[in-house]
Design a protein around this ligand. Structure first.
Ligand SMILES: NC(=O)c1ccc[n+]([C@@H]2O[C@H](COP(=O)([O-])OP(=O)(O)OC[C@H]3O[C@@H](n4cnc5c(N)ncnc54)[C@H](OP(=O)(O)O)[C@@H]3O)[C@@H](O)[C@H]2O)c1
Length: 279
């Protein structure tokens, strides 16, 4: 198996993709912006590059067969030259997209994942799309409040089957290293629905501390989230989504278990793996 380039290699998912590939003895190269802060496993080749500056990616793409692409939250406009460069060098691309990235013919993208998926499909490279729903890692946003014993947040009844980043990474490794993955779109989730209030309780149990949920009215939550996150569109999108997940919880899939031949990791397992982050 030839070399695989992993972008987002210091992030939630990419770090596990790098580790799993290295442990399997596959040649892996990690793209990072600052090698001195990367903290990747011994022996992994680390190359400096910036996805917003395509001219910095040439060295990273030299002699790679496959690429795992994470497109961080920035706009899709700059993705075109990056995807073109990847398609010139590599034969296979696995993209960390998102649930809901479907785009009908002639429809204009409303989220960057749709725009990036379209560019990938048009590039001619052999592709696989991974479309996870909510990451379990999103609950790290409550870490400070959990340390205080109470989470004040809106929509405690919003329910999602959150996915462990290790499962997304394991599916990515499967897609990067198995035959029959060209043109596959994998919608991914964790194994069980939990409301936000239940997620907080499970984290408390993993940490060994009782943590209370206190329902925060949306009118009070919005200015607090705006102050914390800055981006009005993102805040309103999150509030809308949580509101919708009260009446219609995010749908789960069995894709992780089907592809990996083992059950998807539970949220409880995720909380145990991250207990130190909440102490
Ligand atoms: N959270 C969710 O519920 C959810 C659900 C579905 C899909 N997603 C998608 O998952 C992706 C995020 O994955 P993640 O959580 O694994 O990532 P993450 O933990 O947010 O980390 C982002 C990664 O991107 C790198 N990065 C940032 N800017 C860069 C740049 N200009 N050039 C090169 N690398 C850069 C970061 O590297 P540095 O170390 O240099 O900062 C880091 O490795 C996003 O596309 C998101 O939309 C998220």
């Amino acid at each position: 198996m030839s070399k695989i380039l992993v972008t987002g290699a210091t992030g939630n998912v990419g770090r596990h993709v790098v580790t799993e590939l290295a442990e399997a003895g596959i040649e892996v190269r990690a793209l990072v912006r600052d090698p001195s802060k990367a903290r990747l496993p011994e022996g992994v080749e680390v190359v400096r590059g910036d996805l917003t500056r395509p001219e910095t990616l040439e060295a990273a793409l030299d002699d790679v067969e496959s690429v795992f692409l994470v497109w961080p939250g920035f706009a899709a406009e700059t993705a075109e030259p990056v995807i073109k460069a990847i398609a010139q060098h590599a034969r296979r691309l696995v993209y960390l997209s998102a649930n809901g990235a479907d785009l009908a013919d002639g429809e204009e993208p409303t989220i960057f994942h749709q725009a990036v998926e379209r560019l990938i499909r048009q590039s001619g490279i052999s592709w696989t799309m991974l479309r996870p729903g909510g990451f379990a890692a999103n609950t790290l946003m409550w870490a400070d409040q959990i340390k205080q014993g109470v989470v004040r947040w809106p929509f405690g009844a919003a329910s999602r089957p959150l996915i462990h980043e290790k499962d997304i990474a394991a599916v990515a490794v499967h897609a990067l290293t198995s035959a029959g993955q060209a043109g596959a779109v994998h919608v991914l989730s964790g194994p069980e629905q939990l409301t936000q209030a239940e997620q907080v309780r499970v984290i408390g149990e993993a940490v060994g501390r009782e943590v209370r949920w206190e329902e925060l009215p949306v009118e009070e939550a919005r200015p607090l989230l705006l102050a914390a996150w800055g981006d009005e569109k993102f805040v309103d999108g999150a509030l809308r989504a949580w509101g919708e997940f009260v009446a219609s919880p995010e749908k789960g899939t069995d894709t992780v278990a089907r592809l990996l031949g083992r059950p998807a990791l539970t949220f409880r397992q995720w909380a145990l793996d991250h207990a130190a982050d909440f102490r």
